[in-house]
Design a protein around this ligand. Structure first.
Ligand code: G6P
Ligand code: MN
Length: 451
């Protein structure tokens, strides 16, 4: 794959997603570094994906004519002859995310997409769906790299580790650390790609321990702790989604209260401040409600308007190649793909099986840690020993994740119940049972049967 002149074929599994237009634009932006001959969109919902595909053909026709678009619901067409599969599926779509959140809140628990009871319910849907796709990719393109960022990534990664043991071509990754690093870069006034992270944890449950200048090796973490401890004017982050703005405001408190030498992942707000987070939830207007009425609606409106106009250039959605450079959030996926294709040895935070990486955490845990990535896949950097506070939290969380995967793969009610009881955001045997029974009912079309 190291031939510099080659053009790659990428399949986006979850082609009908609201994220696909953004990924396609990112691919347009990256066309020199990561040249493509074809993007295949694959989804199990033909109609929804067809809208995205029509939009994609217009987009590529105007901005990337060398890149063909194919849309299909047939695995053989989707996965034959591909170099990469970017996997971003949401089993049960936002409708089921909503159900996860609402059921949890009705029982007085946080019902977040990936955390707590909501994350459990989603994990039980996600595992079979993700595993099916990986099996199909392996069948038709055994050498393809599968970059999986389907959620809840911690649980999904634990399942892929079990079902595809030692398979370096299945890579589980998340954009949250990247999003946080972008903020660090802005705060430091340095380019995004000039810093790299040292970090440990489970997905959506970890801490930065250093933020290094790639050239000089200087560690910016002490300075970042200072900057991110300062109070912000209320209008800070007013240009982003209100829920994310609150999260980034709250990060200030978390940084101030985090143990010395650590910078928390934003998702720790749910685990370390559950009362505060619960008090701020509106059971009638959860995150899924917001996303359905907000981002998802906006994306599909844009897609439909572009299709109706038959063009992008000359409409309000027109842009130049220059404009794309300002919005490079999704480009970590291409950073990773080029690292694999061209052996760049860049460092990424990736979920990896703990084989002595964090010496005092359970072996086999799917830890999220810095990895050097080249054409042989990710090679984790050693983390060493971590403090008792984080170790205690992580071991508890991992035991929950492990039981959730056991429950799914074995069809075990008992293990599902234990998993929920163990979850820090449930923590009560009666509540766990009530939640489990309600989730089973709501997820009949998605979960394996539990007995
Ligand atoms: C971050 C996380 C993703 C998560 C997303 C939710 O990007 O890394 O794992 O799915 O946030 O964002 P939303 O806007 O859908 O709440
Ligand atoms: Mn994530």
């Amino acid at each position: 794959m190291c031939n510099k002149d080659r053009r790659f074929v990428v399949c986006i599994a979850g082609g009908g997603s609201r994220y696909t237009p953004g990924i396609l634009k990112m691919l347009v932006n990256e066309r020199d570094r990561f040249p493509l001959s074809k993007v295949i969109l694959y989804d199990n919902e033909a109609e929804r994906q067809a809208r995205i595909a029509d939009y994609a053909r217009i987009l590529m026709g105007e901005y990337y004519p060398e890149c063909e678009i194919v849309d299909t619901c047939d695995p053989e067409t989707a996965f034959t002859g591909i170099d990469f599969c970017f996997m971003q599926i949401r089993a049960g779509r936002l409708k089921m995310r909503r159900s996860d959140e609402h059921i949890a809140l009705a029982h007085g628990c946080i019902g977040q997409e990936t955390c707590g009871a909501g994350g459990f319910a989603y994990g039980m849907r996600s595992i079979p769906a993700v595993v099916d796709i990986i099996r199909d990719v392996k069948r038709y393109s055994p050498d393809a790299w599968i970059l999986n960022y389907s959620n809840p990534a911690a649980i999904v990664a634990e399942a892929t580790k079990r079902l595809f043991p030692g398979d370096k071509r299945v890579i589980n990754i998340c954009d949250m650390p990247v999003g946080i690093m972008n903020q660090y870069a802005d705060a430091l006034g340095v380019p995004r790609d000039s810093i790299e992270a040292r970090y440990y944890g489970l997905n959506h449950f970890g801490w930065f321990t250093a933020v290094l200048d790639r050239e000089t090796g200087e560690d910016y973490l002490p300075r970042l702790r200072e900057i991110f401890s300062e109070d912000l004017p209320e209008e800070a982050f007013s240009d982003i989604d209100p829920s994310w703005s609150e999260t980034f405001h709250f990060l200030r408190k978390m940084v101030r209260e985090a143990p010395e030498g650590h910078m928390p992942n934003t998702y720790l707000q749910y685990y370390l401040y559950p009362r505060h987070m619960l008090a701020h939830e509106d059971p009638n207007w959860t995150r899924a409600d917001q996303v359905m009425a907000g981002h998802e609606r906006e994306i599909f409106e844009m897609v439909d308007e572009v299709i109706a106009a038959g063009r992008i250039k000359g409409t309000k959605y027109g842009f130049t190649y220059e404009d794309l450079k300002d919005d490079d959030h999704a480009s970590y996926i291409v950073d990773l793909a080029t690292a694999l294709a061209f052996n760049t040895k860049q460092v990424f935070l990736i979920m990896q099986e703990n084989v002595g990486i964090v010496s005092n955490l359970t072996e086999g845990m799917m830890v999220e840690v810095p990895c050097m990535v080249g054409s042989n896949g990710p090679e984790p950097l050693s983390v060493g020993e971590i403090p008792s506070f984080q170790k205690g939290l992580l071991e508890n969380q991992y035991a929950y994740e492990k039981l959730a995967v056991d429950a799914n793969l074995e069809g075990s009610y008992r293990k599902a119940w234990d998993a929920l009881t163990l979850n820090r955001l449930v923590n009560d045997t009666d509540v766990a049972k009530a939640l489990l029974d309600e989730y089973i009912e709501a997820n009949r079309d998605y979960w394996p049967e539990l007995s």
